[in-house]
Design a protein around this ligand. Structure first.
Ligand SMILES: [Zn+2]
Ligand SMILES: [Zn+2]
Length: 136
């Protein structure tokens, strides 16, 4: 069933390049890596298709990254309908959680533990520590 889906996607999206790898991933602009670690889960494949169809590039802010993940899942939901794949909310939430945890960890200030904010240049700023820096 999984290999049939891949064949169908190759027909429907002739512009995209499908490659085998360890983990499912989207490599801009057009390569979809088919992960062998995750038992060829069709939902994960359709999620990467979502990134590819939406034309995602790398985002400068990490909040943008999480938004991008959400958008790719919304697209995957449409693709699931189209290709008769079960849209498993549990898997989706689990995947989104890994990004939320990652964002949470990254945005925490290493000196004081406060949540920092990110400016459009991608730099993190701590509302407490950065203020001290400016004062000194
Ligand atoms: Zn993704
Ligand atoms: Zn701080």
């Amino acid at each position: 069933m999984f290999s049939e889906l891949v064949e169908q996607l190759k027909v429907d999206y002739p512009d995209f390049c499908f490659r085998k790898g360890r983990k499912f991933a989207f490599r801009p602009p057009k390569t979809i890596v088919i992960g062998s670690d995750e038992e060829y889960n069709p939902l994960l494949l359709l999620h990467e298709m979502g990134h590819a169809i939406l034309g995602h590039r790398s985002f400068r802010t990490d909040v943008g990254r999480v938004k991008m993940e959400r958008a790719a899942w919304e697209k995957a939901r449409e693709l699931c309908d189209k290709y008769g794949v079960l849209y498993d909310e549990e898997i989706v939430e689990r995947e989104l959680d890994t990004y939320r945890d990652w964002l949470d960890q990254k945005s925490r200030c290493p000196s004081c533990g406060l949540t920092r904010f990110q400016t459009p240049d991608g730099e993190y700023h701590c509302p407490r520590c950065d203020e001290f820096k400016q004062l000194s």
